[in-house]
Structure formats: C-alpha cells, structure tokens
Design a protein around this ligand. Structure first.
Ligand SMILES: Cc1cc2nc3c(=O)[nH]c(=O)nc-3n(C[C@H](O)[C@H](O)[C@H](O)COP(=O)(O)OP(=O)(O)OC[C@H]3O[C@@H](n4cnc5c(N)ncnc54)[C@H](O)[C@@H]3O)c2cc1C
Length: 617
C-alpha cells in the first residue's frame, strides 16, 4: 500500500492519516481472500486402476453421490470431473452472471430450427451448463424450489414405483439445513424443512428490499397472493425464495457435499478430466469402466461395482450415444456400433422456456458511483448489499395458473430490475440473451429515461419435446440440441394466456405510482400486432423465447425400455452395472427451478445403491 503513502493528494502529512487509510484499504484487500476456498487435490491415479464405484461428473448430482457413497468406509470411489475448482466468483452470489468463460461453462448453443428464436443471433440460444465442481449448482441463481407433489405423483403413476411421496419428502429433508431465523420462528415452516442436512438454506442477505416488496404487493393485488414460504405453500402465489446461499455466500453441492470429503481416504478426485466413453462388454453388456482424457492422455479406469453417469442432461445422453447406447439408426449413421438399441436416449428434452415481459417506470434511478463502491465495501465488511444476492434475478418469484381454484402451478415469473440508463443492459441483452439489434435498441432506448422491469415468464409444464443428438462421433464435438419450444401448439396457447395475465402488472397501484407502461419489443414481424394483444404475445413468444437453463428428461426413467432409458432405480435398461443419476432421468419436468429436485434425485439414488449392496441405513 505504499502508493497510498506516496499519493501527492495526501501531502503534507504527519503520517497518521496515510497509516489509517492504508490499514483500512489493506483490511478490504484481505477481506476478499476470506472467500477463497482451498483447491481440491488432483489425485495421481495410475492408468487401469480399479475402484468400487466410478462417478462421471462432479456436478450437482455427482457431488452428492460422492459424499453419500464415501460414507461406506470400505467403498473406494473415483469421481471424474471435466472442469475444476469453482472460481471465487462462484462463491459471491452477485457475480453469478460472470461465469461465461469456457473454462467454467460448457456454453452450449441450441440449433436454429428456422421457426423459433428468429430475434436471437443465428437463431440459437445460450444453454449454459456448469463445468466445475458443483456443476450448474456453482453458477445457478440459487433459487431453492422443491417442485410440487403432483409432479412426483406423475413420476410414480408412470411406473416409477420407487418414488413415493414419502421417499421424495424424506430425501428433501436429508438435503436441507434451514438457517433463516425468521423462517425457523414459524412452526409450520420449521417443521416443513430439514435442519440436519448437508446444504445450508437461507434467504439472500438483501439489504435493498423496497422495490422487490412493491412488486410482491403488485402480484398480491393481481391475485398471486403472498405466501410466507413458497415450498410449503405448494408453489402457488408469490413470495421471497429460499436460497442456496447463506451469509452472502453461495452454497453449491460442491461446498455442501464435495468440499468436506475432498481429502477423504476412500474418495479419489480427478479434475480437468473428460470422460470419452463407457467401457462395456460386447456380449454380456456389462459396464466395467470408463475411458477418459486428461492432459492429452487417454486413460482407462475400472469399476468393480458400478459406473454412475452424472454428467447432466446434455452430456449424459451424449456419452451414452458415444458408448453405443442409443437409437440404432442414429448411431450407425455416425459410425458408432450399437451395443444397446435404446431409442429414447437424448429424446424427451424438456425445459422451462423464458419469454420476456418488459415494463418501464419512473424509478429506481441508477445509484451514484459512490453508492456502488459503498455497496461493494459493505459486502467485504459483512457480506450484505448487491453482491450478496443473484445479479440475474431478484429474490422474489410468483407461481400462478389460469384456473380459479388452482392446485398445480402452470406458470412462474422471475424478475430483473434494471435502473434507468444502465450501461450494462446492452451487454446483458447481447451476450446473455443473444437478442438481435432491433430488440436491444428498443429496450436500451426506453431504458435511457425509464427503469426496466424485466419479467421472465416461464411455462412450467410444456408438452413440446426437444432432443439431443450426435453431431459427430468425436467426444469433443458438442452435440446438437434442439429445444423445439412451442412445437406443440397448446404450449403457445397456454403461454399467451399466462403472458396476458402477467402483463396486467402495469395496472397495479405500484406501477401506476411510477407511471409504469408496457414496452414494445421491436421486432418487425411483431410490430403489425397491437401491443399486449394475443397476436403480439404469440409473435414475441416464438421469436424471443429463450431458456431458464432447466434442461431435463433426456434419459427418461420408466419401466419400458422402448419408452425410457433407465428404470425406477435409475439403472440403464439393457446394460448392467450402469446407472444415470442427474437431471436427465426426470420423466417430466418439475414445477419451478430444478436444482433442488436434482439433488433429491441424487440423495434417493444413494439410498438405492446402499440398499442394494447391503441394506446399509
Ligand atoms: C445459469 C444457470 C442458472 C440456474 N439457476 C437455477 C436456480 O436458480 N435454481 C435452480 O433450482 N436451478 C437452476 N438451474 C438449473 C440447475 O442448476 C441444473 O439443472 C442442475 O444443477 C443440473 O444438475 P446435474 O447434476 O444434472 O448437472 P450439472 O450440475 O450440470 O453437473 C454435470 C457435471 O458433469 C460434468 N461433466 C459433463 N460431461 C463430462 C464428461 N464427459 N466428463 C467428466 N465430467 C463431465 C460437468 O462439468 C458438470 O460438472 C440453473 C442452471 C444454469 C445453467
């Protein structure tokens, strides 16, 4: 800090003031180091080494499994992760938007199908996926939503008999360690959540709640009634989200599950190591290991008990296909010999699509530069302020339905608030949403003089199905991802109804008080329609639709190998000693954000494995 001592503006001096200021600056500089975590040791492992279990993917589900399986003292576990240690930005909630670098993100893009996404660059949307320990839980917006009982009842009714209501709730409680004082004081909430789980749940340390509270009042006024806890309230109404964050720091499955066992003797962890294909015997179809690439070398590792694929909803079906498990015709077309003809691998892709609703109003103003620095200083001092909450969305959400007495939510709303004349808006729209110039120009122009309330509308239970297929048989070539949003016409009809309900927010007292109005998103094909008409929303939906990053379903669970990839205990149909445990097994997408359901799936899978090997409790 000598530069401080030498700063000419401080002279002449007795020496006392530079000393005080330097000490404070040093304190702040050191405070950021408190956020760093020790790296996971990269274990030297010999080629052809053997383990009881090999887990591919140290992401959301893989980290949970590594922890749970390591509890059996005599089991030897190898965890293979394509990425490495999460950057410090992963631990700071307000920097969740900054992990776009290829080192931490697979940065997939969807394929242009020439029908949807035409207001998006090259017709292809961003499909972020975490590439680091904790996977997508290390870059998510940290909203913790359990899903609805009916979602899981549908799984069960489809023949997945190991997923009863009691199983699901027990596994959620195993995850949860609720630490929010206000919520814990409410006996009903206290009873609903687990308190001894691995994952600390809390609310964001948000310090500027005024505007978010006004929006909650608006939603309440519209009939999306405020509830004290959304999970307990059966995901109907509006409220503040429970978050996988506490005291201003993210709680990923890396920090909650993997980090505590990173030096455990029976867990070996390989980072920056990419699985290329599964090793499967040709005749008996038994999975006995995995081929990986690490630092340019090809290595093989063997599993005596099982290989578990937890590479996520894109990479898990990709790896299965590269290994000869998939639709026979498709594999042969890519010069891969088919070991198991499993037509549903990569099919049944579901996501929560996002359509923007842009409302403008008189406030809030952009904070002066001094306030921005003070806010960052607050974060360093006590982990509060803007950096203590997700940058992408505020911590409020609303679930609602077209029905009069709704039981199951059909739609969800997220919200970003962009103060008047925010210079970052253009970058956000260009790089995150990939919108083309006319859309960006219309939003930035209105934002010059008005603040923007960017509502992210989600359709929770789409009928449309996308798919993932091989581009080539080279493991390094990204697969093709077709989201096929709105390929089922009823989804568009539903979305329009939901959007029209949501846009009524401009008529609420709060928006009247700030002279709120609905802004037109300038896209030539949509400009022929009256603003807020059904035609307008249909056109906006088709052209501007993007992803909530909730991809699931591509290795669907179900009893029939013709219509599913894994059985109710997540074992791959047609291959022994191979399980899939991640978002891809969900037969139907759950209501709301899907990280918590993925963690629950992994907790349940760990129970299956322990039960099957020796009734371990
Ligand atoms: C930007 C973003 C924001 C989100 N926000 C929320 C939110 O606020 N709330 C919520 O509930 N959900 C959210 N989600 C969704 C949720 O986080 C994910 O759907 C969920 O975490 C997926 O878990 P998973 O275990 O299936 O996959 P992942 O967590 O993605 O894990 C897969 C892991 O496998 C590794 N891997 C892949 N291929 C290989 C290979 N060949 N070899 C070795 N390793 C490999 C990956 O690097 C990764 O670490 C968000 C997702 C994203 C991308």
């Amino acid at each position: 800090m000598t530069w401080c001592n030498n700063a000419s503006c401080l002279a002449p001096t007795t020496g006392a003031s530079p000393q005080i200021f330097a000490a404070t600056l040093q304190y702040f500089a050191a405070a950021q180091c408190l956020l760093s975590h020790q790296n996971v040791p990269d274990t030297p492992i010999l080629n052809f080494q053997s383990f009881d279990f090999i887990i591919i993917g140290g992401g959301t589900a893989g980290s949970v499994l590594a922890k749970r399986l390591s509890e059996v003292k005599h089991w030897n576990i190898l965890l293979i992760e394509a990425g490495g240690d999460p950057p410090v930005e992963s631990h700071i909630p307000g920097l969740d938007n900054s992990m776009t670098n290829d080192v931490f993100n697979w940065n997939y893009l969807s394929v242009d199908n020439g029908i949807i996404n035409q207001a998006i660059i090259n017709g292809s949307i961003n499909l972020s996926r975490g590439k680091m320990f904790g996977g997508s839980s290390s870059l998510s917006e940290m909203h913790y939503i359990r899903g609805h009982d009916r979602d899981y009842q549908n799984w069960f009714n489809a023949g997945n008999i190991d997923w009863t209501h009691d199983d699901i709730h027990r596994c959620f409680k195993k995850i949860e360690n609720l630490q929010n004082e206000k919520m814990l004081k409410d006996p009903a909430i206290n009873k609903y959540y687990g308190d001894k789980g691995q994952l600390i749940l809390n609310r964001f340390n948000s310090t500027n709640r005024d505007i978010a509270n006004n929006i909650l009042k608006s939603w309440h006024e519209m009939g999306f009634r405020y509830v004290p806890d959304l999970n307990m309230g059966g995901l109907m109404g509006s409220g503040i989200v429970t978050a996988t964050a506490t005291n201003g720091e993210r709680q990923s499955t890396y920090t909650a599950y993997l980090e505590p066992i990173k030096n455990k003797w029976n867990v070996k962890i390989l980072k920056n190591t990419r699985a290329r294909k599964l090793l499967i015997t040709k005749d008996s179809k038994l999975c006995f290991g995995v081929e990986v690439e690490k630092e340019g070398k090809i290595l093989n590792f063997y599993a005596t008990h099982e290989v578990i694929l937890s590479a996520g909803a894109v990479n898990t079906p990709h790896l299965l296909m590269l290994s000869g498990i998939g639709s026979k015709d498709h594999l042969l077309a890519k010069n891969i010999s088919c070991l198991v003809d499993s037509p549903m691998v990569g099919q049944n892709l579901q996501d929560h699509l996002l359509v923007p609703i842009t409302v403008y109003g008189d406030g809030p103003e952009k904070p002066p530069e001094k306030e921005t620095h003070r806010d960052v200083a607050n974060y360093l001092l006590d982990r509060t302020g803007r950096l203590a909450e997700s940058a992408k969305f505020t911590d409020i959400t609303a679930f609602y339905s077209t029905k009069n007495n709704p039981f199951h939510p059909e739609f969800q709303l997220h919200l970003s608030i962009v103060p008047k004349n925010t210079t970052d808006l253009e970058g956000m729209l260009k790089y995150q949403y990939r919108y083309k110039d006319p859309i960006i120009d219309s939003m930035t122009k209105l934002n010059k003089n008005h603040s923007l309330y960017f509502f992210g509308f989600n359709l929770l239970h789409p009928y449309s199905r996308g798919n993932i297929s091989l581009n080539t048989n080279n493991p390094k070539d990204a697969p093709f991802i077709f989201t096929n949003y709105f390929s089922d016409a009823s989804d568009l009809k539903m979305a329009v109804q939901g959007l029209k309900m949501a846009s009524k927010v401009v008529k609420t007292n709060f928006f009247k008080s700030i002279r709120g109005f609905l802004g037109r998103m300038n896209w030539p094909a949509c400009n022929v329609f009256e603003l807020d008409s059904e035609g307008y929303w249909e056109c906006v939906s088709m052209n501007l639709v993007t992803s909530m990053s909730h991809l699931v379903g591509t290795c669907k669970m179900g009893p029939d190998p013709e219509s599913a990839v894994v059985n109710s205990r997540l074992k791959v149909h047609g291959v022994s000693h191979l399980r899939v445990v991640d978002a891809s097994v969900m037969p139907e997408i759950t209501s709301g954000n899907i990280n918590a359901p993925c963690i629950m799936v992994a907790e349940r899978a760990a129970e299956f494995i322990k039960e099957e090997y020796f009734n371990f409790k």
